[in-house]
Write a protein that binds this ligand. Structure first.
Ligand SMILES: Cc1cc2nc3c(=O)[nH]c(=O)nc-3n(C[C@H](O)[C@H](O)[C@H](O)COP(=O)(O)O)c2cc1C
Length: 319
């Protein structure tokens, strides 16, 4: 076999090996990729690496991968062994191997990144049975809400507000308002999503200031735009529609981000809104589109399979 062909095979072999491994692994270590990348750069700089250099580099790769053992479990040992076999076969082909390793890891990382995103959407279910003994720390709830607040909104007015109902006694009362839904009491917290019908008036100046500052609009465009935004919110029906629409987008983000943190959620519209507003002191200029229960699933309860979903052919068309 000619040198070129052999190197190509080695690269392919390393690439496939790592691709398979990282596809199976749930935790792709960016640090490892970075380390291997650095090692490769060093390797490629050497026109003809000495045997000692090759050994040093090989050991570096193996060490870097071994560092990730605790994240990746026992399968790693096989990978390291195979990598050692591969590198011992090759001196001149070392750079090819390392290149293959990186390509394999990067391809798998990209695939995993995509799958990670979809996973949070696919995994989300309306969980009915929460573990009443597991609490979600306030800091985690705040982090979820801060990330969810990256949701889009018309003119970036962000008309959502939340009240997190977490104390035992308040959850018990909220359960009554939610027509006795037990999950309200069992969940660690209930995020009451509030749509602010006065968001345009209350938020427009801060939004426009930031737009001027960041160069989205010129200073002289600020006033006419402000008028346009406020006029869009004039009719009660329009302001309600806008506030609820944006708050619903925010709410969906809350549920997806909660999954990222390993939590379960349950959106609820089953509550007496008038009673709820009295209970939480929510004014007439606000409405409550939904409440989201958040917590951990009860370890002994199983969900039924996901119910029927309409597919694009039923709910959509491309024109
Ligand atoms: C806005 C909204 C309100 C809901 N209200 C309730 C509710 O009050 N009680 C309840 O048990 N489920 C409620 N659900 C949950 C739905 O029944 C559930 O999302 C649907 O059956 C699909 O199940 P899945 O979320 O597990 O895929 C609500 C869902 C949404 C989006």
């Amino acid at each position: 076999m000619g040198g070129e062909k052999r190197e190509k095979d080695l690269r392919e072999e390393a690439r496939e090996l790592f691709k398979t491994f990282f596809e199976k692994s749930k935790d792709v270590q960016k640090a490892t990729v970075q380390t291997i990348r650095e090692i490769t750069e060093r390797t490629l700089k050497e026109v003809q690496p000495s045997k000692e250099k090759v050994k040093e580099i090989t050991e570096g790769i193996v060490e870097g991968i071994q560092d990730t053992r605790r994240h990746m479990g026992e399968r790693l040992e096989n990978v390291v062994k195979k990598l050692q076999d591969l590198t011992s076969k090759a001196t001149s082909g070392l750079a090819e191997i390392v290149g293959g390793v990186i390509e394999g890891i990067e391809e798998a990382s990209e695939k995993e990144r995509r799958e990670e995103c979809l996973r949070y959407i696919k995994e989300r279910r309306s969980v009915t049975y929460f573990d009443p003994d597991r609490e979600v720390p306030d800091e985690v709830i705040k982090e979820i809400l801060n990330i969810a607040a990256l949701a889009p909104s018309g003119y970036n007015l962000q008309p959502w507000e939340v009240i997190v109902v977490k104390s035992r006694e308040k959850k018990r009362k909220l359960k009554e308002i939610c027509y006795g839904q037990q999950k309200v009491e069992d969940a660690s917290a209930n995020i009451v999503i509030v749509a602010n019908l006065k968001a345009a008036e209350e938020h427009v100046d801060r939004v426009l200031d930031s737009w001027v500052e960041l160069g989205y609009i010129k200073k002289e465009e600020r006033e006419p735009l402000r008028e346009r935004i406020l006029s869009g919110w004039k009719s009660p029906e329009k302001r309600k529609r806008k506030a609820i629409r944006d708050s619903a987008l925010f709410a969906m983000c809350v549920m997806i981000v909660a999954r990222y943190f390993g939590l379960e959620t349950h959106p609820m519209e089953g509550f007496d809104e008038a009673k709820l507003k009295r209970f939480l002191g929510i004014g007439r200029d606000r409405v409550v589109p939904l409440i989201i229960a958040v917590g951990y699933k009860h370890p002994e309860k199983e969900l039924l399979p996901r119910a029927y979903r309409f597919t694009f052919d039923e709910f959509g068309k491309i024109v």
